[in-house]
Structures are given as C-alpha cells and as structure tokens.
Design a protein around this ligand. Structure first.
Ligand code: COI
Length: 360
C-alpha cells in the first residue's frame, strides 16, 4: 500500500514542549496517520496528514456502542541520534486480537508497520532526548458508520497519533501506593478484559478516583467472581517476588496480555529466576507481606514501564512493601528494559526495531 503524505509548511509546525514538562499524553505532534475501512472495499491506503480534529457523524457507531480499540507503544531516542521501537509488531498483532473480539476488521500488520515507520521518520525530531522520556504511539480504531442498530459497523477509521511523554505516574519511577478494590471489578472471563478496548478504561475510572481520594495512586483489581484472585493494577500487569519466585497472575481471559509483562517474564527467566504464571489470591499476598516472605511488588506496562509498589492497602489497612523503596529486581528489570529500549544494552531477544531517517 502506498502511503500518501500531505506535507505541512515549515511555519505551521508546532513548537516542541520543554523537556522536563512533558507529562503524559498532553502534547501531540504535527502529523497523524489515518486509514479508513469500508465493508466490501477493505482498507484504503494510509495517509499521513496534519494532526487535527475528525469530523464524525453524531450517529457514528463508536459513540453509541463503543467499538473502539487501541494500542500503546513507544519510540525511544538512543545515542548518536538513533531512534528505536520496542516489539511494535506484537502491539499490532494484539490490536488484531482486540479487533476480532470486538467484531472489527483486522489491520494488515506489515503494511501498517511500514506506514507507522514512515510517520515516525517524519516526526523523528519529536522523540525526546531526555532520559526516561519517549514518544508514545497510540494506534486506535473506531467504528464510524452512522447507524443505530446494534451490530458490527461497516465503516471504520484507523489512526495513529504521537505524543512526547515523560513518566506516567506523578511519582516518576519511584514506588507508588496502591489500593486493593473489592468494591468494583474490572472484567469477567468471557468479557473484554483481555482486549484493549476503550470501555475497560471508562469503567475503571471511578475506582481510580476513589483510590486517589484515599491517597493512593492506583487500584489493584481482584477477580470479578470471588473477589479473591489478583488480576492487574490500574493500567498495567502485576508481579510479586515471594521467596525468590516471581509470580504473576496467569492470563485467565480477564487480564490484558501485556507486552511488557511478557518481556519481564522472558528477561527474568533468562537470568535464572523462577517465574510462575498462576492464580494468586490477595490473602496469599497479605500473608506473605505479614510473614516477611514477600520481597517486592511491581507493575509492568508500556506507559508505566516498571513501577515498584511501595505500599498496598487492603480493607483499610496499609502494608508497606520492601520498606517503601524500589527493590533490586524491579530496578534490574527497569534498567535492562530501558537499556534495551534506548539501545544501550544488548538486545538478546531481538525486540528492538530501528526507525529510519526520512528520505528528504
Ligand atoms: C499503555 O501502557 O500503553 C497503556 O495503554 C496504558 C494506558 C491506558 C495509559
């Protein structure tokens, strides 16, 4: 597929935000990529054009029935002006898994990857050059057909927008305080908890707000049926280091299959650490905190990277984790992942993909 590019005049380009004030997802670059789909015709060729508002019919099906899926990945600036992506094809394949569950069309992964590369080459200067910062990439698909019957839409828009970002949490990469919720649930098996669809995030906000009102950064979700088994933290997966074993909830159908989660499992195993994916109850976690056998808890995600958990609140009791400091395994994983992502460490797994310079 040929990608068309509508160039913006130099004087219309935006000023780039100052390095230290990036925040998360508040600045957007000059260009975006769009690609439309119509049943029968399939995907049209992708177009790179000026970042800006879409015009949507008020009856667009995404606004009513929520056919909306997205992904999150990042571009990192390394030494000597090199820019890298991390496992980008995995994100696009996961997007297709989401598409299948939400009755949306799958995207042609290789073509979209090539078009994304072209967008990034054009926007290379937006990749921040300060440690820990990156260019967040948000591929998204929405149902655009104007119709009110509940059925799969026949028209869709796929787009990619880019946002230079710093750390996701206000704590930066320092330990965060997490509150276990047994009042709300995130997902049920057979539902959509294992796909990246917008409604999952909408449903999570009230729990996050209530946790924040109590002084916690995010929520730890329990399973929807028994409210006993740990699922995930806010927008990321979770790991526990207990008696030298790294434990993470198994992908039961209601947990998002994180690409950072998978990277953590592979890295830790390659270091000889025993990693177990299995159901783990909140009672087991609390007991291990109480008897001192739990050494570390951390979250993993594209936005969150590796976020150590410094304290856990369960049933209004706060349990400090590892003296509220970053544990050595979380630190090692953070350093290794970032080292690979920024091109400073050897990439034994072949996860890093360079972004080429645009042809002038
Ligand atoms: C990510 O980690 O990329 C996510 O999608 C989480 C988020 C909703 C900010």
């Amino acid at each position: 597929m040929d990608v068309s590019v509508e160039r913006i005049a130099e004087k219309e380009l935006k000023a780039k935000p100052a390095g230290k004030k990036l925040g998360f997802g508040v600045h957007f670059t000059d260009y975006m990529l769009v690609m439309s789909y119509r049943e029968g015709a399939g995907w049209a060729a992708p177009a790179i054009k000026k970042y800006g508002a879409f015009s949507l019919d008020p009856a667009a099906m995404v606004l009513h029935y929520g056919q909306a899926i997205f992904e999150g990945l990042k571009a990192y600036r390394g030494r000597e002006d090199r820019v890298y992506l991390f496992r980008p094809a995995d994100n696009l394949h996961r997007m297709n898994d989401s598409a299948v569950r939400m009755c949306m069309p799958v995207i042609p992964v290789d073509e979209v990857l090539a078009a994304m590369q072209q967008l990034l080459s054009l926007e290379r200067d937006w990749v921040p050059d300060i440690g820990g910062a990156s260019l967040y990439i948000r591929p998204t698909m929405i149902a655009t057909e104007a119709a009110l019957g509940v059925r799969p839409a026949r028209e869709y828009l796929f787009f990619i927008i880019l946002s230079p970002v710093g750390a996701y949490y206000p704590e930066g990469f320092n330990p965060v305080k997490i509150c276990v919720t047994d009042k709300y649930v995130r997902a049920v098996r057979g539902g959509v908890g294992n796909v990246k669809t917008a409604g999952n995030y909408a449903a999570s906000i009230i729990a996050a707000l209530e946790a924040q009102a109590k002084g916690y950064t995010q929520v730890l979700w329990l399973d929807a049926v028994e409210r006993r088994y740990v699922e995930e933290i806010g927008t990321s997966n979770i790991f526990f280091l207990i008696k030298g074993e790294l434990i993470t909830p198994a992908l039961s159908g209601s947990i998002l299959p994180g690409i950072t989660r998978d990277s953590v499992i592979k890295l830790a195993r390659s270091w000889g650490i025993k990693v177990t994916e299995r159901p783990i109850t909140i009672n087991e976690v609390i007991a291990a905190l109480e008897d001192g056998s739990l050494a570390e808890i951390f979250a993993s995600g594209t936005a969150a990277v590796i976020s150590p958990v410094g304290a856990l609140n369960y049933k209004d009791r706060e349990y400090p984790v590892n003296g509220e400091t970053t544990g050595p395994l979380a630190q090692r994983l953070f350093d290794e992942l970032q080292g690979i992502q920024y091109g400073e460490r050897r990439d034994h797994f072949g996860w890093r993909v360079p972004v080429e310079h645009a042809a002038k």
